[in-house]
Design a protein around this ligand. Structure first.
Ligand SMILES: Nc1ncnc2c1ncn2[C@@H]1O[C@H](COP(=O)(O)OP(=O)(O)O)[C@@H](O)[C@H]1O
Ligand SMILES: [Mg+2]
Length: 160
């Protein structure tokens, strides 16, 4: 499946979507999260990290640029490029070193790093919709699009 849309009624549903997505994905993977401030990007990442086995809290890397996790042998790098003044900073932090065969890279505000960050396999757009959020997922990696079904993420995966 290449594209789908979904309504996320509240914060718990956004988190549950991230949790369910974690059960679908495999390494290596690059995810872009688009959407305005407060659209739910970090909430989705919190669910994703839980789904990958993370037990602690999820820090928003707004000031640190990147927050690293090692979860069951998988390196997860959660980037937030909102405050990135110059994309060249990504070169200084060694952006290329992060992309390995065992890594998942997640970018909030990917447009801020355009030209310097790896291309996305999955692009997720979050928008305010009524009192909740709407989510659009695009799969840009043809192999993944053929292998995966995304539309059942919320029904199949109960958060524990
Ligand atoms: N589906 C949703 N419906 C309503 N509120 C939500 C939803 N998902 C997340 N939120 C709320 O939106 C706020 C912003 O979330 P956050 O994930 O920090 O946004 P971002 O990282 O995009 O700036 C949080 O208070 C969160 O509880
Ligand atoms: Mg955020």
């Amino acid at each position: 499946m290449k594209n789908f849309e979904l309504f996320l009624a509240d914060e718990q549903v956004t988190e549950a979507f991230g949790f369910g997505l974690a059960k679908k994905i495999s390494v290596p993977l690059v995810i872009y999260l688009n959407g305005n401030l407060g659209a739910g990007k970090t909430t989705l990442v919190r669910g994703l990290l839980k789904g990958l086995g993370h037990k602690g809290s999820t820090k928003s890397p707004t000031y640190t640029l990147v927050e690293p996790y090692l979860l069951n042998g998988i390196s997860v790098y959660h980037f937030d490029l909102y405050r990135l003044a110059d994309p060249e900073e990504l070169e200084y932090i060694g952006i290329r070193e992060y992309q390995t065969e065992r890594a998942i890279l997640i970018f909030e505000w990917p447009e801020q790093g355009r030209g310097w960050i790896p291309d996305a396999d999955l692009m997720i757009h979050l928008e305010y919709h009524e009192t909740g959020r709407s989510l659009k997922l695009q799969c840009l990696n043809d192999k993944l699009a053929n292998d995966w079904q995304f539309d059942d993420i919320l029904c199949q995966n109960e958060m524990k």
